[in-house]
Design a binder for this molecule. Structure first.
Ligand SMILES: O=P(O)(O)O[C@@H]1C[C@H](O)[C@@H](CO)O1
Length: 354
């Protein structure tokens, strides 16, 4: 990947900026960032007699991390070791909190909290409603790790980087991935506040030739050509439906198909019509690449969308307002109790079986 730093200088995918240097921490995914940066600093000193970069170390770190797109197995292992050692426990269930659903991590007890900035080689969260914290602790007798904040393609991160934390989870010992998201309901039967259990997806970014698995395959994670037909664990979906019934929310629960678009724009009516024709029930900007990464390394996946807004597929439907992130966050906040209960009870069932 090639990008530009804040001074407009060319920067390359390994964090090797042609001009400019500040002392940030190593973040180039191959452990050589500081050495390269130091070489460049020396070069700048020699060439210009002064350091040119006007960015703070934090800004430079964010830029460098943004420019990384590959994470070798060893780097993922280092991150996982850092977390397991720091937490003093090995999680079995990983939870990714969707927009406004960070409270899913607040129900974790005996929590060890890692800010993303403090985790070596970890990207940073840039979206409101994504706090940028990794929480490891106990939930319903199980050890879980939850991401309070995910990484999205529209933030400028390549898909492999967006879903890199899933591989970290795997090497931490996680066997089950719970991925949650806020989504627009395209299925006309869905209402705002409903929960859609994902049983399949349409990978629109994949249609456009983009995949988190692009590039050389490391068989230590999984096969070159993974199958995805059984991606969403049926047993977990059935358990969640039972839980929904006992919570009295079965009429607000659906099983459906999610699709991820690149964002950050919400969809046009024509796009929503096309998605509906393809059998999509809910649309968002995440999750699919995380699920692909999780299935590639053989994790069991449970995923749900909280329907935060209705997506009209009719030009004539003047009643519908435009989606806003504020609305998304506010609906998520109002429904966090139900989402937390669903997650906690499903964790309890998984734990009871093991
Ligand atoms: O992280 P998720 O997929 O829950 O967030 C959705 C998609 C965009 O990031 C944002 C739009 O409001 O919410």
């Amino acid at each position: 990947m090639t990008g530009y730093n804040a001074k407009g200088d060319m920067a390359t995918s390994n964090g090797n900026h042609r001009n400019g240097h500040c002392n940030g921490s190593s973040s180039n995914g191959n452990g050589t960032g500081d050495r390269q940066a130091d070489d460049l600093a020396q070069e700048n000193q020699t060439n210009n007699g002064k350091i040119q970069c006007s960015l703070t170390p934090e800004e430079l770190r964010a830029l460098r991390v943004l420019n990384e797109d590959t994470y070798p197995y060893e780097v993922i292992q280092e991150i996982a070791d850092f977390i397991v050692k720091g937490a003093g426990m090995r999680p079995k269930i990983g939870i990714i909190c969707g927009s406004g659903l960070g409270s899913l991590a607040d129900i974790i007890t005996d929590a060890k909290i890692f800010e993303y900035e403090k985790i070596p080689n970890f990207p940073v969260s840039t979206v409101e409603g994504h706090a940028g914290k990794l929480v490891v602790g106990h939930l319903e007798g199980a050890i879980v790790m939850a991401m309070q904040g995910r990484f999205h393609f529209y933030e400028g991160y390549p898909l492999a980087k967006c879903s890199m934390p899933v591989r970290v989870m795997k090497l931490c010992g996680v066997e089950y991935l719970f991925a949650t998201n806020a989504a627009g309901g395209i299925n006309p039967k869905y209402a705002v506040g409903d929960i859609m259990l994902m049983h399949d997806h349409v990978n629109m970014l994949g249609f456009a030739g983009n995949s988190p698995l692009q590039g050389p395959n490391d068989p230590r994670f999984g096969p070159r050509f993974p199958a995805l037909v059984n991606s969403y664990n049926k047993d977990l979906i059935n358990k969640a439906l039972e839980i929904g019934k006992s919570m009295g929310i079965e009429s607000n629960m659906h099983v459906g198909v999610y699709s991820c678009l690149g964002g950050p724009t919400y969809e046009t009516i024509a796009e929503l019509k096309a998605l509906r024709m393809m059998g999509v029930d809910a649309v968002g900007m995440s999750t699919v690449h995380e699920v692909i990464t999780a299935r590639h390394c053989d994790m069991k996946v449970f995923a749900f969308s909280l329907i935060t807004n209705k997506c009209s597929t009719e030009y004539s439907d003047m009643k519908d307002e435009e989606a806003t992130h504020e609305e998304v966050m506010s609906v998520a906040k109002n429904r966090q109790k139900a989402c937390c209960e669903l997650v906690a009870r499903l964790v309890r069932e998984i734990q009871a079986e093991s």
